[in-house]
Write a protein that binds this ligand. Structure first.
Ligand SMILES: Nc1nc2c(ncn2[C@@H]2O[C@H](COP(=O)(O)OP(=O)(O)OP(=O)(O)O)[C@@H](O)[C@H]2O)c(=O)[nH]1
Ligand SMILES: [Mg+2]
Length: 307
C-alpha cells in the first residue's frame, strides 16, 4: 500500500520537507547551472553525510558517480538525483528480497525502544490503522512504570472498539499472558504489546523484556510475531547503536521510525534499514493518530529527491 494514496493518513510528503531542504535544495543551489565534475564529489559526499545517509550508501553512490564522470557521461543535477534514487532502491530491494512473511492470526506485535521514542503513541496509531481495516485489535499495556502516561491510550481505547488490557498490580509478563490468552479465546486479529522504555544497558529491564517475549512465544506458538524497535528519527547515529545493541538481546523484525516530521535527518531511515538489513515498517510523522504511514521505500526517496 502506498503512503500517498491512503486517505487514512496525512500525506508524508511534508514530513520530509526539512530533509529535502537540507539535501535536495542545497544540491540545487550548487549544481543548477552546471554539470557535476570529479572535484565536486567530496562536497556531495559531505551533504549526504550531514543528513545521515550513512557512509556505506554515500560511498557506493559516489563510486557510481565517479564511474559515470570517468566514462565521459554528463552528470547534471537531475541525473544526480536519479542516481541517488536508483542506488537506494536497488540497495533496498537487494537487502529485503525475502521479507514477505505469512501472517497467522492473531498477529502479535511487540514494540520496544528507549524512553520517549514514541512507543505508546505508535501503539495507538497501529490500533487505529488496523481497526480501520476492520481488524479486531487488543492492546496489552505492559508498561507498569507509566500508568499515568498510558491513561490517554486507555481513554481512547474505551471510546473505540479496541480492547485494552492493563493491570498495574501485575508484572508486565503477566499482562502479556492475559492479553495473549484473551486474544486467542476472543478470536482477535492483532495483538499490540506496549512495553516500558528501556536502555540496552539496563539488565533488569532487558530480562523483563525477554520474559514478556517468552510468554508471547509460548502462548502464541502458532501465531505470527513481529518485534518492532521504535526509534526517534532525530537520534541520528545513536539510532544505529540502539538497533545493534537491542538486536543482541532480541530478534528485531522491523523498525518504526517516529518524529520524522521534525527532523532534517530523514536520511537516517535509509541508513538504519540498509545497515542491519532490518526493514522499516512504519513511520511516525506527527503526534496525532493519523500522522502515521506504512513505509514505502520508493515514495520515501522520491519525496526527498523529486522536484
Ligand atoms: N512530532 C512527533 N511527536 C511524536 C511522534 N511520535 C510520538 N511523539 C511524541 O513523543 C513523545 C513521547 O511519546 P510516547 O509515545 O509517550 O513515547 P514512549 O516511547 O511510549 O515513552 P516511554 O513509555 O516513556 O518510553 C510524546 O510527546 C508524543 O506525542 C511523531 O511521530 N511525531
Ligand atoms: Mg510509553
Amino acid at each position: 500500500m502506498g503512503i500517498f494514496n491512503n486517505s487514512l493518513f496525512k500525506s508524508v510528503k511534508n514530513a520530509f520537507d526539512k530533509t529535502k531542504t537540507s539535501i535536495s535544495e542545497k544540491l540545487n543551489v550548487i549544481f543548477s547551472n552546471r554539470n557535476i565534475e570529479a572535484e565536486d564529489l567530496e562536497e556531495i559526499e559531505n551533504i549526504l553525510l550531514q543528513s545521515d545517509f550513512g557512509i556505506d550508501f554515500t560511498e557506493n553512490l559516489v563510486g557510481q558517480l565517479k564511474k559515470k564522470i570517468k566514462s565521459g557521461e554528463q552528470v547534471d543535477i537531475s541525473s544526480l538525483k536519479n542516481t541517488i534514487q536508483d542506488v537506494f532502491i536497488s540497495e533496498y530491494n537487494s537487502a529485503f528480497k525475502e521479507t514477505v512473511a505469512g501472517i497467522t492470526k492473531p498477529h502479535f506485535i511487540v514494540l520496544l525502544g528507549i524512553n520517549g521514542s514514541g512507543k505508546t503513541t505508535t501503539i495507538a496509531k497501529l490500533a487505529n490503522y488496523y481497526s480501520k481495516q476492520d481488524k479486531r485489535v487488543i492492546i496489552g499495556s505492559c508498561d507498569t512504570f507509566r500508568a499515568a502516561a498510558n491513561e490517554q491510550l486507555s481513554i481512547w481505547a474505551s471510546r473505540t472498539n479496541v480492547k485494552i488490557i492493563e493491570d498495574f498490580s501485575k508484572d508486565p509478563a503477566a499482562v502479556a499472558y492475559e492479553t495473549g490468552k484473551l486474544a486467542l479465546e476472543g478470536n482477535f486479529d492483532v495483538v499490540l504489546i506496549d512495553t516500558a522504555g528501556r536502555l540496552h544497558t539496563n539488565k533488569n529491564l532487558l530480562d523483563e523484556l525477554r520474559k514478556i517475549l517468552n510468554v508471547i512465544e509460548k502462548i502464541g506458538q502458532s501465531c505470527s510475531l513481529d518485534v518492532f524497535l521504535v526509534v526517534d528519527g532525530n537520534s541520528g547515529q545513536n539510532a544505529k547503536t540502539q538497533l545493534v545493541e537491542f538486536s543482541k538481546v532480541v530478534a528485531i523484525t522491523g523498525l518504526i521510525i517516529t518524529k520524522l516530521d521534525g527532523t532534517a535527518k530523514g536520511g537516517s531511515v535509509l541508513q538504519l534499514c540498509l545497515m542491519n538489513k532490518v526493514p522499516v515498517k512504519f513511520i511516525g510523522i506527527g503526534e496525532h493518530m493519523e500522522d502515521f504511514a506504512v513505509f514505502d521505500p520508493k515514495e520515501y526517496i522520491t519525496s526527498i529527491f523529486s522536484d
